[in-house]
Structure formats: structure tokens, C-alpha cells
Design a protein around this ligand. Structure first.
Ligand SMILES: NC(=O)c1ccc[n+]([C@@H]2O[C@H](COP(=O)([O-])OP(=O)(O)OC[C@H]3O[C@@H](n4cnc5c(N)ncnc54)[C@H](OP(=O)(O)O)[C@@H]3O)[C@@H](O)[C@H]2O)c1
Length: 417
């Protein structure tokens, strides 16, 4: 089976390791903007896999550049682990070249001052009631085209989004007649020793964290100020952490696809030092996305900040501790209310030993490979555009155990108030 991967950063590196471990994939094409990163990784993996690995540079902002590479390689499935900015160009190219499409994050516009995008964005904010720069409407709009082309597009198969939705489908299938409440808890108990660094692409990460929060309740969005809602939770194998309510993309699709749902919230843990650094950077304008003139050069502050911060891909050797990510579900089974918690614990150093990357990249890259494999095998098959909770969760859950992200179910968890 021929698979093409676009992007060779933190998440891509783990996904490519895992693709190379899966005998389903016999021909692997690694593509990215900086092809030397692909070549370095290919060199490392060739002795560990029977698959052939080749590399090509690609500009994923250009449909033409993508189509040329795809038409030559003829991938069955394309895994997009570049940036959310490239989702639409890659989806367009897949349709043109006749390939299935898989990604880990929904479309986000790079230039949020683009007047055309802004008009649609402002209309959506009014109609839907949340102000995050990303939403699924852009990619769900490809459903008809994908159906006509007989192709499958699987959106958001990382951990969150991704596994959290598979956990939801699994809970619904095996534990509940109806799920009413979902709390998604994303805890990183890792320590990299730097005063400030982000665990994945700083630009994407800081844009997400500094935005308003929101949650879904009784059929509509409730928006909060950034970090307005805080809870403390005692996580298995990590301990007690502060966590804050954020807007997160899978809330949008779960609200659409889980019948009987009354509330969905997403919490992520942050230490006080991270929040103080971020607030300070925001206050001085370093999170800005609009170019500013500096000594005759146009500089985008957040891009400049990215250049100063440690590369997330370099955090692997220094990060110790564990992540614990999962969902607490409350619903009804046989007329009685019950609550369960499904979660995975992942160790930063174990992830590093296997792939050279810490657990944040690992917990995204493994599910990226699993989603790609299920689409490639036709076990998750359209045609159309799908989110992870729309397919049978069982083969995905089995693959999580097999490929390094074993999960557990606690049938008597502490709930979040
Ligand atoms: N669902 C989840 O749980 C989850 C969690 C974390 C991250 N993510 C998503 O995973 C994706 C990858 O994140 P990451 O941390 O791995 O990012 P990253 O380290 O910045 O890697 C991005 C990769 O994409 C390449 N790239 C960027 N623009 C490109 C272009 N125009 N053409 C070709 N290649 C391009 C980069 O090339 P260069 O090397 O030249 O820069 C780099 O190899 C993002 O979409 C992120 O939002 C999802």
C-alpha cells in the first residue's frame, strides 16, 4: 500500500516511525518543505523496515506542487502532518489526484486579516457563538465533492482531536445507552527544564491557548474569557494539576455526532509559570499574527517568537514525566446514571527512546498512523468527509494497545464539577 506523508516535524516524525513499523505500508513517500529532514529520517528508518522509503520536497501551500508529486507517486492515502494552514490545499490536491486524505487538526487560516476569510469568520462567530479561528465548516464543505470522487477524508486523527472521539464512540458502543456529559482532560505532567517552551508548533499552540475558551451546553456554545474556568484534578500517575477550560475542535463534531449530549467541555493543564510567560508575551504583542515593520523588514511577531523558542522536536531528550489524556463520560445505561473515565498514560522518556520525540508528539503521531492505516485498509471507509467518532471504534482501540498507547477504563472516577 502506497502512503504519502506531508510534514516531517514533531508529529510527522513519530507518525513516520509508526508507518514504517506497520507492514501494511509497503511504499512510503516522505514529503515536506525542508526535504533534508525527510531524508535524515528515511536514512534512520530504512534498516528497520521492509517498506521502500523515498523523499521529495513539496510546497503544501500550492495545489499544483502537491498534485504533481501525487500524480507521480499515486498514493492510496495521504497523511497531512504539516500545519492546519495547509489542510484545504492538500484536500484539493487529493481530490484532483484521486487519493484519500487524513489529518490531525482542522483548517485554520494563516492570515486572519484576510478580508475574504474574515467576512466568513465573522458571520460564523455570530451564527455559531464561538470565536476560535478554526472550525470544521471549511473541511466539512468537502463532503459532497469527496462522495462524488468516491474518496474518504478522515479529519483529526491525533489524540485530541482524534482518540478522544474514538473513546467517545467506544463508550457509547460498550458502556452507555446515551451519553449526556463529556469532559475531555488533557494533562501534561512533563518537565523539559526550560523556563518557557511549547510542546508542539509554538504558533499553533499559542494561538489556541491565548484564545477565548468555550464549551457546548444544551444545544449552544457558551464562550468564556481565556483561562476563566479553572479546576484542579488528581491525574493517575501524574498527580494533582491545575487545568483550564479551552475551546477545542472535537467539541464541535462530538456535539453533532453524539445523540443526547447535554454538555461537552475540554480542559488542559498549565503550570503558573507557563501562563505568566504567555500573558507577558501577549501583553507586549509577541503573539501578534499581523506583520509589523521592523527596520524596513516586515516581521510577524509570533513567527519571530517561534524562531526564538526551543524547537518542540528538540525537547525529547530533556522531557521527563508523563501525559494523561482521556475523557470522563456520564450518561445512562439500563435506566441508571453512570460515569466512566477512559484514558491513556504516556511516558515522555519511553516515547523519546523509541522515536526521539517526547510524548506530545508521540500521542499525536501514533493515532495519525492508526487513522491512516484504517483508511488505507478500507476498514474505515467512506466515501465522504468523516470525524473519528463516526466509525467503528473497536479496531482503532485495538491498534492503540498494539502501537504504544494502551488505554484503561476507570468505572468509578472522580467527576469534574
Ligand atoms: N490532534 C492532536 O492531538 C494534535 C496535537 C499536536 C499537534 N497536532 C497537529 O499536528 C500537525 C503537526 O504539528 P507539529 O508539532 O509536528 O508541527 P511542526 O513540528 O511545526 O511540523 C510541521 C511540518 O510541516 C512542514 N510544513 C510546514 N509548512 C509547509 C508547507 N507549506 N509545505 C510543506 N511542508 C510544510 C514543516 O516543514 P519545515 O521543517 O520546513 O518547517 C514541518 O516539517 C499540526 O497540524 C498540529 O496542529 C495535532
Amino acid at each position: 500500500m502506497r502512503v504519502m506523508v506531508i510534514g516531517c516535524g514533531g508529529v510527522g516524525t513519530v507518525a513516520i516511525h509508526k508507518i514504517a513499523q506497520n507492514p501494511l505500508f509497503t511504499e512510503i513517500l516522505l514529503t515536506s518543505r525542508t526535504v533534508s529532514k525527510c531524508e535524515k529520517l528515511a536514512e534512520k528508518l530504512r534498516s528497520k523496515t521492509k517498506a521502500t522509503i523515498t523523499c521529495k520536497p513539496v510546497d503544501a501551500d500550492s495545489v499544483g506542487s502537491l498534485v504533481a508529486v501525487m500524480k507521480e507517486f499515486k498514493p492510496h492515502t495521504v497523511l497531512n502532518v504539516a500545519l492546519p494552514y495547509q489542510d484545504l490545499t492538500i484536500m484539493d490536491a487529493c481530490l484532483e489526484a484521486g487519493a484519500n486524505y487524513v489529518d490531525t487538526a482542522n483548517y485554520e487560516c494563516e492570515d486572519t486579516d484576510n478580508p475574504e476569510w474574515r467576512k466568513i469568520y465573522e458571520k460564523r462567530c455570530k451564527e455559531k457563538g464561538f470565536t476560535a479561528y478554526f472550525d470544521y465548516s471549511w473541511q466539512w464543505a468537502y463532503d459532497e465533492k469527496s462522495k462524488k470522487a468516491g474518496l474518504t477524508a478522515l479529519l483529526g486523527t491525533g489524540f485530541d482531536p482524534g482518540v478522544t472521539q474514538v473513546f467517545s464512540a467506544y463508550a457509547l458502543k460498550h458502556y452507555f445507552d446515551e451519553i449526556n456529559y463529556i469532559d475531555i482532560l488533557d494533562c501534561n505532567g512533563g518537565d523539559h527544564g526550560y523556563p518557557f517552551a511549547t510542546n508542539f508548533n509554538p504558533e499553533i499552540n499559542l494561538r489556541e491557548v491565548s484564545a477565548n475558551g468555550s464549551y457546548w451546553e444544551d444545544g449552544h456554545w457558551v464562550e468564556t474569557k481565556p483561562m476563566e474556568i479553572k479546576r484542579v484534578y488528581d491525574f493517575d500517575q501524574v498527580g494533582q494539576k491545575d487545568m483550564y477550560l479551552l475551546h477545542h475542535e472535537e467539541i464541535e463534531s462530538l456535539a453533532k455526532n453524539i445523540p443526547g449530549i447535554k454538555r461537552i467541555r475540554f480542559f488542559m493543564t498549565f503550570g503558573q509559570s507557563y501562563l505568566t510567560h504567555m500573558k507577558c508575551l501577549e501583553n507586549v504583542g509577541m503573539l501578534g499574527t499581523v506583520p509589523v515593520d521592523f527596520e524596513g523588514q516586515q516581521i510577524v511577531p509570533i513567527k519571530f517568537l517561534k524562531a526564538l523558542l526551543p524547537d518542540p522536536a528538540s525537547l525529547g531528550p530533556r522531557t521527563v514525566g508523563k501525559t494523561n489524556i482521556g475523557c470522563i463520560f456520564t450518561g445512562i445505561k439500563d435506566g441508571k446514571e453512570k460515569t466512566i473515565y477512559i484514558y491513556n498514560v504516556c511516558d515522555h522518556q519511553e516515547s523519546y527512546k523509541e522515536t526521539g520525540l517526547q510524548a506530545i508528539s508521540y500521542t499525536t503521531g501514533v493515532p495519525a498512523m492508526i487513522g491512516t492505516a484504517l483508511v488505507a485498509e478500507g476498514i474505515w471507509k467512506g466515501p465522504g468527509v468523516f470525524n473519528c467518532e463516526e466509525f467503528d471504534p473497536d479496531p482503532y482501540m485495538e491498534a492503540l494497545n498494539k502501537y504504544g498507547l494502551p488505554w484503561q477504563v476507570n468505572e468509578n472516577p472522580v467527576r469534574v464539577d
